[in-house]
Design a protein around this ligand. Structure first.
Ligand code: PLP
Length: 406
């Protein structure tokens, strides 16, 4: 029955079939020259992606996780520092902080945007930290460690409230590294500058991931550091390539963290389509919003702040009885996801940080109710109608809804 054909969470097959000839040509030209590492495809992609982000430098690397780690180290984060981020993100954000030798610590998110709450950041900085009169350094009072950077995460394709975060970071000398791994092409209206800014162009540096399912994905792994800062770009280049300043002259110890030439070639092909793909995602988000509004459900649709042009890497709904709704959608052959079910401070991997349930109430509540609906550029209107219909049916079965937002 056509009613029951599968609606995938994301369709990665169709766009690659549509671009097959161009992608195969990239592979053929790599074979013809054996240019597998570095070279013109990487240089070309770096130039084009920097331009797309409105930034001066792009350094192609292995993954988004490496991009975050290299950006943190290149921006001056040292082993033993404390680096702040949110508990409502993919674990890679915190892993990269630890891999840079620092201790991740968390501030809660805003209940509407799902990104770092600048007020929580301000409270953390003002109540838990102080300038050490002996060294002049900004330190955490009880940990006794310097607090040197903040990593706002542009989750689900919407940028964090960067003006407020940058203002606080400036006051306390913190480096700002944007986790833009879900936000290729997202924009933020900076009141301070009175203009729209692209994700990745506002902090001291930013990290992007080109994991296949991201808005701009490779046909494998990839990532990039974006920055306007010449020194950060130079250091990131050294870190991705064994700390070399030139061949076999190692100024520091680095990593093997380079971006493959073939992946860079694929990314150049796909980057040309990114603006259209993002616009399709925005249209699908509008359509979902419209359909849910018409159905008058109590499910909570995404909030797009007035300062935000989101690119809807994911479309997030909050429902009362999430597990039941997800199961009902599965019965209707509709794939969904949960991003993410367990906040980082409650993950086993971070038990040593000593946080208990209740430490970050907004994020904990959100994690219980969020459901990611199918979202990808080729999603059809008919499928969106089927998804919304299934949610509404299921939500009605679940009974009266409570107000989930404070
Ligand atoms: C995907 C992602 C990463 C990590 O990117 P990889 O390329 O998988 O290493 C980091 N942060 C966020 C928010 C992500 O979504």
């Amino acid at each position: 029955m056509s009613q029951n054909t599968k609606i995938p969470f994301v369709d990665l097959v169709t766009p690659h079939q549509e671009l097959q000839e161009e992608l195969v040509n990239v592979f053929k030209s790599a074979l013809a020259t054996a240019g597998f590492v570095g070279g013109p495809m990487v240089d070309g992609f770096e130039r084009e992606f920097a331009t797309y982000c409105g930034a001066k430098h792009c350094v192609g690397v292995n993954s988004g996780t490496d991009a975050l780690r290299f950006a943190l180290t290149a921006a001056g984060v040292n082993p033993g520092d404390v680096v702040l981020t949110v508990p409502h993100t993919f674990i890679a954000t915190a892993e990269a902080i630890s891999q840079a030798g620092a201790r991740p610590d968390f501030v809660d998110i805003d209940a509407h945007t799902y990104t770092m709450d600048p007020e929580m950041l301000r409270q953390y900085l003002q109540t838990q930290c102080a300038f050490d009169p002996a060294t002049g350094r900004f330190v955490h009072r009880t940990l006794g460690k310097p607090v040197t950077a903040v990593v706002p995460v542009h989750l689900y394709g919407q940028m964090a409230d960067m003006d407020a975060i940058l203002e606080l970071a400036g006051r306390y000398n913190l480096a700002v590294i944007e986790d833009a791994c879900q936000a290729h092409g997202a924009e933020y209206f900076s009141k301070k500058e009175n203009r729209w800014r692209k994700a990745g162009s506002m902090g001291h540096a930013a990290a992007f991931s080109f994991y296949p399912g991201k808005n701009l994905g490779a046909c494998g792994e990839g990532g990039a550091v974006i920055t306007d800062d010449e020194t950060i770009a130079r250091k990131a280049k050294m870190l991705r390539d064994h700390g070399q300043s030139r061949k076999y002259y190692h100024d520091i110890e680095g990593y093997n963290g380079r971006l493959d030439s073939i992946q860079a070639g694929f990314l150049r092909v796909k980057l040309k389509h990114l603006p259209d793909w993002n616009e399709s995602r925005r249209e699908h988000a509008r359509k979902y919003n419209e359909l849910f509004a018409a159905a008058a459900t109590s499910a909570i649709t995404p909030f797009e702040a007035p300062w935000s042009k989101a690119v809807y890497h994911l479309y997030i709904l909050q429902v009362e009885n999430r597990e039941a709704v997800q199961a009902d959608l599965a019965k209707e052959n509709i794939d969904t996801g949960i991003h993410y079910p367990v906040p980082l401070h409650l993950q086993k991997a971070y038990s040593s940080l000593g946080y208990k349930q209740g430490a970050f109430p907004v994020c904990e509540k959100v994690a219980e109710h969020i459901l990611s609906l199918p979202m990808f550029p080729g999603l059809s209107e008919a499928d969106q109608e089927r998804v919304v219909h299934a949610v509404v049916q299921s939500a009605q079965c679940a009974g009266p809804q409570s107000v989930l937002r404070a």
